[in-house]
Design a protein around this ligand. Structure first.
Ligand SMILES: Cc1cc2nc3c(=O)[nH]c(=O)nc-3n(C[C@H](O)[C@H](O)[C@H](O)COP(=O)(O)O)c2cc1C
Ligand SMILES: CCCCCCC(=O)C(=O)O
Length: 387
């Protein structure tokens, strides 16, 4: 029997009645603040930080604040239907976990804990190429849970093919190709601390466990980590992959393909022309182009232009149930939750991620109810007013 998300509210109140407080806050902002207390300062800054002045990261949140919900009354929203299917993946609510690399810097159980928490709720996890856990180990932790794989696209086609074959064999159903991080943005927090986890050999589990990648090295990564790291980084950065190269991915992947990092309506149209199955309207949580538009700001025009031809997903700035509702009303089919679940992981491993997910989904369920929406299909721009 699938969890009724709103019931998490009762569970928390009843715990309080018995004298117990939830171990972690139900408020994403507070969870971020307290994550600063439990994480190494460099690791916290790496997760929380944005590109440049942080303007785009803050703009992502401000854009949500500009849209207000306009609740409707007496609409028979007693029972809500949140379940949906995106690109053949059934999910209990229109929420996935965004690909987030190098989770070992926040918790030793890293992506395995995230995979177990997501699977327990049936929420799809998008595993990052920059994970600290191998494809096969994440698949094992995920069990029967839905899982998608995010690609930082290696220029070497044998390595690319090998990684994708492993992901497919391990039960990852959809490929998410990230386009906005072909080189790292200007990130003052990390630069000032001289901190980039990858240069320390972290977040390399996918590459270092890959036979095709290992074959290219004179010495195995365990013997000469710096050389292996630099070889890998040089392989996944650069612009020698362009729109014309997208069909090559089809040779290695027979499932749906989604392009992540789309912000311009013309790029959304190009994705359609290239035969892609979906896009993620995302500015990488404001970590790449400082001064770029808020992701929510560009969502409506993109959804209007291509939403009937391609699945439009959204991320960057989602923190609450109301945020999810707003993104759906502005045309997204589903959203990807980013930093908040990493703060859950930092606080309590698998339990922490599960708590964050249950909180966001319960909040979404109750916000749908109190705004008078029973079905996801009811959510249109008419549910909102721009402040
Ligand atoms: C610490 C961190 C690592 C990330 N690693 C990846 C990654 O490996 N691949 C990827 O496509 N996006 C990555 N992202 C971007 C997220 O997938 C997502 O786009 C972003 O977190 C959304 O913004 P939000 O966290 O503010 O909601 C990362 C984000 C953070 C915060
Ligand atoms: C050279 C790209 C590695 C970046 C991987 C992690 C990431 O996406 C981030 O935002 O940080």
């Amino acid at each position: 029997m699938p969890e009724r998300f709103g019931y998490y509210q009762n569970e928390l109140y009843l715990q309080g009645y018995g004298g117990a407080k939830p171990p972690f806050s139900t408020d994403a902002t507070k969870l971020e603040d307290s994550a600063a207390q439990v994480l190494e300062p460099e690791a916290f800054s790496y997760v929380a930080g944005g590109a440049g002045s942080g303007a785009t990261m803050h703009a992502n949140r401000e854009a949500f604040d500009r849209w207000k919900l306009v609740p409707r009354m007496l609409t028979d929203a007693t029972e809500r239907e949140l379940a949906t299917t995106v690109l053949g993946t059934p999910m209990p609510a229109p929420v996935l976990l965004a690909p987030i690399g190098v989770q070992s810097i926040v918790h030793p159980d890293a992506e395995s804990a995230t995979a177990r928490a997501a699977a327990a709720l049936g929420v799809p996890m998008v595993m990052s190429t920059a994970s600290s856990t191998s494809i096969e180990d994440v698949a094992q932790a995920s069990g029967d849970g839905p899982r998608w794989f995010q690609l930082y696209w290696p220029s070497d086609s044998d390595v690319c093919g090998s990684i994708l074959a492993r992901a497919r064999a391990a039960g990852f159903s959809t490929l998410v190709v990230t386009l906005d991080t072909w080189t790292l943005g200007w990130r003052p927090c990390d630069l000032d601390a001289g901190y980039l986890p990858f240069l320390r050999g972290l977040g390399m589990a996918v590459a270092f466990s890959d036979p095709a990648f290992r074959q290219l090295l004179e010495k195995p990564p365990e013997e000469d980590t710096p050389t292996a790291v630099l070889r890998w980084i040089s392989m996944i950065t650069g612009t020698d992959r362009d729109w014309s190269a997208l069909p090559l991915l089809r040779e290695h992947w027979d499932g749906p393909i989604v392009l992540k990092g789309i912000q311009h309506v013309d790029d959304a149209r190009r994705a359609v022309d290239a035969g892609m199955d979906g896009i993620v309207v995302s500015n990488h949580g404001g970590r790449q182009v400082d001064g770029a538009a808020a992701s929510l700001e560009v969502l409506p025009e993109i959804a209007t232009a291509v939403g009937d031809r391609i699945e439009v997903l959204f991320d960057s700035g989602v923190r609450t149930g109301a945020d999810v509702l707003k993104a759906l009303a502005l045309g997204a089919k589903a959203v990807l939750l980013g930093r908040p679940y990493v703060y859950g992981l930092a606080h309590g491993g698998e339990d922490g991620v599960r708590h964050v997910l249950r909180s966001v989904l319960a909040d979404l369920d109750l916000t749908m109810a109190l705004s008078g929406h029973r079905r996801l299909a009811d959510l249109t721009a008419a549910a909102l007013r721009r402040a």
